[in-house]
Ligand binder design. Structure first.
Ligand SMILES: C[S@@+](CC[C@H](N)C(=O)[O-])C[C@H]1O[C@@H](n2cnc3c(N)ncnc32)[C@H](O)[C@@H]1O
Ligand SMILES: [Mg+2]
Length: 226
């Protein structure tokens, strides 16, 4: 018999994340106003959750990240978490395709007072990535854009990250649909292709961290560049 047979729903996961957040995450007026500005500007509600954002912030600080690359900015919620994590002379490079998202993100960076730490490239991420030849490699890469390009993004991330750096890929579980071969949408296929790619990749070690919360049942692929 299973230890605990879950019949949990999105409402249960949301309540659970909010319960934990109420102990661990102090009220953050800046991030609240960032989220509101994104919503009021018509951006989709698909940023990482508050708990996930804090996880990314803590992870960046845990590894002493100074240079971070993000693929998929939206309104800059995760970007701001990263910008807060890097030191004053650190930088977050973030790539966004949609001009409206980029405009709202830029406004949010100012709102959060972190605009000096962020470099935003507007255009297709695959095009922006090939132009990046940083003097010093990135310490952390966060991949959170169109999932059909996950293998391309991961390959570029390996080129751009230092040995020992961390690559995180969002939405790696997608309500279990990645593991269901019957689901053939681009999100599921893009992440499934990345898993197949990683199976034979000798340049990283990786695992998947499942998460359940405001964003439903999902997870991160967490990889270290050898
Ligand atoms: C899930 S959202 C990013 C959320 C953000 N990382 C956060 O958690 O706050 C994905 C973003 O990737 C952008 N995007 C989609 N395809 C893209 C592409 N080919 N190049 C660059 N950005 C792309 C979308 O416009 C969207 O803003
Ligand atoms: Mg995501």
């Amino acid at each position: 018999m299973a230890f605990y047979q879950s019949t949990a729903t999105i409402q249960d996961w949301t309540r659970s994340e909010k319960f934990h957040n109420s102990f661990l995450l102090p009220k953050d007026d800046v991030l609240d106003s960032v989220t509101k500005h994104s919503k009021d500007s018509g951006l989709p509600d698909i940023a990482v959750s508050e708990a996930q954002g804090k996880f990314l912030n803590l992870l960046a600080r845990s590894i002493g990240a100074k240079r971070i690359l993000e693929i998929g900015t939206l309104g800059g919620f995760s970007t701001i978490h990263f910008a807060r994590a890097v030191p004053a002379d650190g930088n977050v490079t973030t790539l966004e395709f949609d001009p409206l998202h980029a405009k709202v993100a830029s406004e949010n960076f100012k709102r959060a007072g972190v605009e000096n730490k962020i470099t935003l490239h507007v255009g297709r991420a695959a095009d922006s990535l090939v132009t990046l030849h940083p003097e010093k490699k990135f310490d952390l890469v966060f991949i959170d854009a169109d999932k059909s390009s996950n293998v391309t993004y991961f390959t570029e991330a390996k080129r751009l990250i230092r040995s020992g750096g961390v690559i995180i890929v969002d939405n790696a579980v997608y309500e279990g649909k990645v593991a269901d071969p019957e689901v053939k949408d681009s999100w599921a296929i893009g992440t499934r292709d990345l898993l197949s790619f990683l199976k034979d990749d000798k340049e990283v070690e990786a695992t998947t961290i499942g998460t359940a919360g405001v964003r439903g049942f999902d997870g991160f692929i967490y990889a270290i560049r050898k």
